[in-house]
Each structure stands twice: as C-alpha cells, then as structure tokens.
Design a binder for this molecule. Structure first.
Ligand code: NCD
Length: 333
C-alpha cells in the first residue's frame, strides 16, 4: 500500500536535501539537526515569535488539494516569519478544476518566481512527480501525501516528545487507532525508529493495521489495554474516513468503546504518560475531551512546534539550494 519512493530524489548531487518528500532515508544526524534548529525557533504563546530573514526575497506557494488548517497555516506563518512572500492557491477556483494539469499550474507559478512549493494531495506520488519536474533552484515540500507520508508532522511529533520526555531511546511510544490509513503514523513512526526509540507500538484493530513489513521494528497490538500498558507516549489518530472504502466504514460508538483514549484506560499507561493527537480531533471518538484538554495532553504544544519545525525545514532547504547555486555558479564561471 505504501509507495514511499522519494528518498534519493529529495537530494541534490552532493547529497544535500533539496526537497522534503519523506523521512525515509534521513539519517539520525540529519533528523537531529532539523530538530535542533526547530528547537531554536520555538517560542510559546505569549512570547514574540522567532523571526529572521533566511527566506528573504523568496516566494513560497501553498498548494493544498486536500483540506488543512494546522499544516497550511503553520507553513504560511513559518515562511512569513523567515521573510518570504507567500501565496496560497484557492484550489476551489484554481486551474486544476478547469482541467489544467498540475504541472502546468506548477510551471505557471515557477514562471512567477516561486521558489518553494508546499503540497498536499490525496493521491500518492504527486510531490515526487513535481520534484522531478521543477527547475534546479526550486524545492518541493510534502505537506501530506495520501496515506503515505507527512514528514513535517513526523518531525513536530518527535520534537514534542523530546521536549517532554528527553531522548527517545528509553521510551515506549504507542500509536493508536487507524494506523493503516495514517500518513502521520508512518512518518512519526519512521522518525522514531531512525532515532532509536526504545519501543514503538502500533495499537489498532487488525483491519486497520498496516501491511506486514511496514514500519518494521514496531510491535503490533490488537487490544488497547495491552498496547498502551506502561507506555510513556500515546498518540491517538483520527479515523481517516475519506481513505476508507464503504466496506471498511466504522461505527463511531463501537470504535470509541474499544479504542477511544479516556481517563479510565489512560491508567494502563505510565502515570506521567503524555497524550498526543495530530488534529483534527474527533472528540468522543478517538479521544475524550477530558483527556484532550487534560494535564497529560500535549496537543497544543504539537501545534506550536509545527511552526518551528516548518521554519527549520524551509531555512535548511533554501540554504542547501543556495549552496548548490553558488557551487554551480563557480563551476560555470
Ligand atoms: C493530519 C493529516 O492531515 O494527515 N493532520 C495534520 O496534518 N495535522 C491528520 C489527519 O488529518 O487526521
């Protein structure tokens, strides 16, 4: 089901990250470097946001062919806080609806000197396809690709865990719910495995478990109590109704009874466990309001970290492209 083929494509000839299509293939050092830079950009609500001019003169275009609140707004704020111009395509009125191919839309925007495309799509493969087609100075950032990957969400989840719990090597992390349709589970799981997490658990009804072989190294549990027992981190996931066939359709009440994270079943986890959710949440389905708004929840901290992570990714990618341009210029001149 997974086609995560962007790992080589996302680097330039010198091995620098030029696009961010996937966390597959990123080394522990590369992930740590991005997380450290993101930490540098973190400010909490009430403080003035971090700002610099790393993207001064650049233009970032947000192309979201699927709904988004957190990811789109945080990419926009991140780009603006680094001094970029930002355009958000209103995709209901965009040319794709009128029959223009996505590539023609990309080339049109590239002709207006867009330097970075931030893309979300319901079909697998679009970010890699666009990355193969853009000019050498242009980058593509994956902001959510079907069920396959959501690299910046993976980074912000790990940053949040690191802030609350320190090094991941001693931690037991349980990802709960509709894992099979979740790009978040895949990217966060991949980042945790690369960083040497103590234990990664996929906790899900068997029909919502990813195919065997995916996220190799993770333990699999088909009951909630077992899956979250003594866990340090519990991450609830939204049920991805939009990626399910009619035959997979779920009854929300029975899902809540068996899989919803509540104060009662949270007692199986460690008393200091943190609870995460990428949002948007369905309260009373995958998580109760009491837990989502309770003392163990770090859901809003995840959102805060989302801006910092996107600043770190934008600044890194643009710096790498700049370095490549300087080298290419030297060779030519
Ligand atoms: C997630 C997504 O779009 O993949 N949300 C997000 O980016 N914060 C999770 C979801 O939609 O359930």
């Amino acid at each position: 089901m997974t086609t995560d083929s962007g790992c080589d494509l996302q680097r330039d000839q010198a091995g620098r990250l030029r696009h961010l299509l996937t966390l597959e293939g990123l080394s522990r050092d590369e992930l740590s470097h991005l997380l450290d830079l993101a930490q540098f950009y973190v400010r909490f609500p009430g403080e003035l946001p971090a700002r610099d001019q790393s993207l001064w003169g650049r233009t970032v275009a947000n192309l979201f062919f699927e709904p988004s609140t957190r990811t789109r707004v945080s990419f926009e704020l991140a780009a603006r806080r680094l001094g970029a111009d930002v355009v958000n395509l209103d995709l209901h009125s965009s040319s794709r609806v009128k029959g223009e191919t996505v590539l023609d839309t990309i080339y049109t925007l590239q002709a207006m000197q867009v330097d970075v495309f931030v893309m979300r799509d319901a079909e697998p493969g679009l970010p890699a396809y666009v990355a193969q087609s853009v000019a050498a100075h242009v980058s593509v950032l994956n902001a959510g690709e079907a069920h396959v990957s959501h690299p910046t969400q993976g980074l912000l989840d790990v940053l949040t865990i690191r802030q609350r719990k320190g090094d991941v090597s001693g931690l037991s992390v349980a990802i709960v719910g509709d894992v099979s349709h979740s790009r978040v589970a895949r990217s966060t799981g991949r980042a945790l495995l690369t960083l040497g997490v103590g234990e990664l658990r996929l906790v899900s009804p068997s029909n919502l478990m990813p195919a065997p072989g995916e996220l190799e190294g993770a333990a699999r549990y088909t009951t909630l109590a077992e899956g979250i027992r003594d866990a340090d981190v519990i991450m609830a996931l939204r049920i991805q109704h939009e990626r399910m066939s009619a035959s997979d359709a779920l009854d929300k009440e029975s899902f809540y009874r068996e899989w919803g994270i509540s104060t009662e079943n949270l007692r199986h986890a460690r008393p200091d466990a943190i609870v995460m959710h990428p949002g948007p949440m369905n309260r009373g389905v995958e998580i109760t309001s009491e837990v989502a708004d309770g003392p163990q929840s770090v859901i809003r901290q995840q959102v805060t970290n989302g801006v910092a992570v996107r600043m770190a990714v934008l600044a890194t990618i643009v710096r790498n492209v700049q370095e490549r341009n300087v080298e290419a210029g030297r060779r030519a001149g």
